[in-house]
Design a protein around this ligand. Structure first.
Ligand code: THU
Length: 255
């Protein structure tokens, strides 16, 4: 990768690191994914009082890219030195084997395009976003889910006070411990974009419309990021059901 391109991307990812949510470690971190068309996007580290539930910056950017159907990543740039576990995770993800191009950059050296604009993954919903529209968008998001392990696609939509929408899906791979649920993928996309004001979360599990609810880990993460938000569950043919996030996790763990 040319030095000027690398330095440009380093400036972008270091700026994004300031959007990290790191109240426990105080150590911001971001990862930038450069796409085949030169567009790029960032993911940030999102910590939780329950430390093992941290969303690492690499997971955040990979989940955000997958959730909008983009898998054409040609390079990943970190806001500081790449860690061993990140290299391993990249080899196991859809990005395939990438070469180490610098202390903080991995990439497919032959196919790197000069960077253009940031890929903005949130979409502004222009009209009033009612429950039916939110559910419809969460359902539509499931088309990007990839579930060879469970055959259980999930789609989520995070909506902010000013109607910015961030979608998330579950994308499965060999190491189950590294997967993010759809809800956490959507949260990762929103927080990585700098959103702090989440009002609604819509969730659709087309294979279990009558009974599905967010898992305990997602409840803990949602509680920390958006305790006052309202979660709407798609109930298929039945009327959608709503819950306040804080009510979904009595006696939530905090530090
Ligand atoms: N899953 C979610 O995406 N959200 C939940 O709240 C529960 C579980 C996903 C994870 C995995 O890909 C599949 O559903 C089965 O656990």
């Amino acid at each position: 990768m040319e030095k000027s391109i690398a330095n440009h991307l380093r400036r972008c990812v270091r700026a994004a690191a300031s959007r990290s949510r790191v109240p426990y470690s105080g150590r911001p971190r971001a990862a930038l994914a450069l796409m085949s068309d030169g567009r790029w996007m960032c993911g940030v580290r999102i910590e939780n009082a329950s430390y093992p539930l941290v969303i690492p910056s690499l997971s955040a950017v990979l989940a955000s890219a997958n959730s909008i159907g983009r898998q054409d990543i040609t390079a990943i740039v970190f806001s500081d030195r790449i860690k061993l576990e990140e290299k391993t995770m990249i080899q196991q993800s859809f990005t395939g084997s990438m070469e180490q191009l610098a202390d903080d950059i991995l990439g497919h050296s032959g196919s790197i395009t000069a960077p253009s604009d940031e890929l903005i993954i949130g979409r502004h919903f222009p009209d009033k976003l009612d429950t039916a529209a939110g559910i419809r968008l969460a359902r539509q998001a499931t088309r990007h889910a990839y579930t060879p392990e469970s055959d259980f696609p999930v789609g989520a939509l995070v909506v902010t006070h000013d109607q910015m929408c961030y979608q998330g899906v579950n994308v499965e791979h060999g190491d189950w411990t590294q997967m993010l649920c759809a809800e956490r993928a959507a949260i990762a996309a929103a927080v990585s974009a700098g959103e702090a004001n989440i009002q609604y979360i819509y969730l659709s599990c087309p294979n279990a419309p009558a009974t599905a609810t967010p898992c305990g880990a997602c409840r803990q993460v949602l509680f920390e990021i958006a305790p006052e938000a309202i979660l709407w569950m798609d109930r298929g043919e039945q009327t959608a059901e709503s819950f306040r996030i804080s009510g979904l996790l009595p006696m939530a763990f905090s530090l």
